[in-house]
Design a protein around this ligand. Structure first.
Ligand code: NAD
Length: 524
């Protein structure tokens, strides 16, 4: 565990990845500060829960209004700190959060309501039950830098509306954006103790896990996710893990080549490939392979790379040098093993230190790192296949299982294939965009994670399920409350027969035998 001194020694520097300009410096929150933040949240949470869902929804409505008013400012913040083009910041950060708020405003009340549980056990017919949804208390959120506004915001809104307090540890690369989120929530009426941000790197995140949070929602890489899962297991802390992906795109022989190529190019290069749902592997039916590659090359040649603050820019920088070196080394590994580089495959130092050209690789194989490890950069590796069955085997030959896509003009064929792919989301004829459907559950299979965010299932992650059972005949003892013996055993056999024996006669006889037990109880 990191000590206070180790954490506090670290300065967090928020930098514009497009220009290298320092935006702001922060002191990491110390372990004591993290614990104090959680203690404040814990103390304030009961009043927030007590306030009721309708009042919290009204605050969400105000937040939505404020966010809409400040949409350009928020998007510019994100572009400056994370590098993505302004339009992408507007659509994938601001719009996604406005819509997540819309979903919760419209649905949180009925989704969080007590739910009657009708049951069919005749022996229990005097009992009626309800599912009650209670907030956990304090939800810790550890977030990545690639969607620095929409990821912590969508998770926080769900946690807050359910009555939890939230403490967010944003990525050390995007603290400013998280502070912007806090300021909007506070302006809307969320009390300062109910939504807090603690800035810092991994050690600050580790301190949050060891503080008195009641649940953790982590979004980040598989390797960090595994460390988090171990730390959480030590104290049985419930976790949601939204981890990395290696999403496959399958282009079937009846796909529209131009549409599929446009989808592949956008899906691989959006946010400079730094999206958990980006197209990381592309498989194309051999008959379409060359025309598909040609279409991708034509479209890639037209893309404008540069500072995302300029309106016509389509691809921004990578977040930092470490990310760039990882992309570079995967491309080099593929090249050394015989992949053909059809576009890009190099840095763009003339634009800035963190730029990598949108890259298309052909003739890749599953022996190459580019087809096995998460790349998280603007690279589209393409490989041919000869049958739908082979395409499914290739798609499933991965440790990851976040999302995938199938491209075909035949909806039924697409659906059938989608069901065979091991992934949390499979899109037919689209990529990435599902993240913007607030009703759609988001999350992975295999190494891509545990649990869900977004929509009904994401909201359910923010509540404890309690079963509340009450007996409608409080003056009567249950027949199975002792008094065991030969006669009682026969009566209980009758109870089973009364419900499950074949034939009405046997069931009636069984029920009569069981009724004897009831008479016995009444006598005491
Ligand atoms: P990362 O794992 O390096 O960091 C994520 C967060 O964890 C950061 O806030 C970091 O400071 C913190 N952290 C690091 N070590 C920690 C530790 N030991 N204890 C507690 N916290 C710690 O990931 P990243 O580079 O910020 O983000 C990119 C990754 O996130 C990619 O793998 C991407 O696929 C994944 N991601 C997944 C989703 C999803 O929804 N599944 C969405 C976005 C990003």
């Amino acid at each position: 565990m990191a000590t206070d001194l180790q954490i506090a020694a670290r300065k967090i520097v928020s930098t514009n990845p497009a220009t290298g300009e320092t935006l702001r410096e922060f002191e990491s929150a110390s372990e004591a500060q993290v614990h104090a933040a959680v203690a404040r949240a814990q103390a304030a949470q009961p009043a927030w829960a007590e306030m009721g869902v309708r009042k919290r929804i009204a605050i969400l409505r105000e937040f939505q209004l404020q966010l809409h008013r400040n949409k350009s400012e928020v998007a510019q913040f994100v572009t400056r700190e994370a590098g993505k083009p302004y339009v992408e910041a507007l659509l994938t950060e601001v719009l996604v959060v406005l819509d997540a708020a819309r979903f919760l405003i419209d649905n949180a009340f009925h989704l969080l309501r007590d739910e009657p549980v009708p049951h069919g056990n005749l022996a229990m017919k005097t009992k009626s039950g309800r599912v009650v949804r209670e907030p956990y208390g304090v939800i810790g959120i550890i977030a990545p830098w690639n969607y620095p506004f929409s990821i912590p915001a969508t998770e926080s809104l769900a946690a807050l509306v359910a009555g939890n307090a939230v403490v967010v540890k944003p990525s050390e690369f995007t603290s400013l954006t998280a502070i912007q989120l806090a300021s909007l929530l506070h302006q809307a009426g969320v009390p300062g103790e109910i939504f807090q941000v603690v800035v810092g790197a991994g050690a600050t995140g580790a301190a949050l896990i060891n503080a008195a949070i009641d649940k953790l929602v982590f979004t980040g890489s598989v390797s960090t996710g595994k460390q988090i899962a171990q730390a959480a297991a030590a104290r049985l802390l419930p976790v949601v893990l939204e981890l990395g992906g290696k999403d496959a795109m399958l282009v079937l022989d009846d796909a529209d080549i131009e549409v599929a190529a446009a989808g592949a190019v956008w899906g691989a290069f959006v946010n400079a490939g730094q999206a958990c749902l980006s197209v990381e592997r592309c498989y194309v039916r051999r008959s379409l392979y060359q025309p598909f590659l040609d279409a991708c090359m034509r479209r890639t040649a037209r893309l404008r790379v540069g500072n995302g603050m300029e309106p016509e820019i389509e691809i921004g920088p990578l977040i930092h040098q470490r990310q760039l070196r990882n992309v570079e080394s995967q491309v080099e590994d593929a090249r050394a093993q015989g992949a053909r580089v059809l576009a890009g495959g190099k840095r763009l130092p003339e634009i800035g230190a963190n730029y990598y050209a949108p890259t298309i690789l052909a003739d890749v194989t599953h022996r190459m790192r580019i087809m096995r490890e998460e790349t998280f950069g603007p690279v589209l590796p393409v490989m041919p296949f000869d049958s739908d069955d082979e395409a499914v085997v290739l798609a499933n030959d991965s440790d990851y299982g976040l999302a995938a896509s199938v491209w075909t003009r035949n909806g039924a064929r697409g659906d059938a294939l989608a069901r065979r792919i091991q992934a949390g989301t499979v899109m037919v004829n689209d990529v990435v965009s599902c993240f913007g459907i607030s009703e759609a559950p988001h999350g992975g299979m295999k190494a891509s994670g545990i649990g869900r965010s977004h929509g009904r299932f994401g909201l359910e992650e923010m509540v404890r399920i309690k079963y509340l059972d009450s007996d409608r005949l409080p003056g009567i003892e249950k027949i199975w409350w002792y008094g065991y013996g030969k006669a009682f055993a026969r009566q209980m056999e009758g109870l089973l027969d009364g419900q499950f024996a074949r034939g009405l006669g046997r069931r009636l006889r069984g029920a009569l035998r069981a009724a004897g037990a009831l008479r016995g109880k009444k006598r005491g």
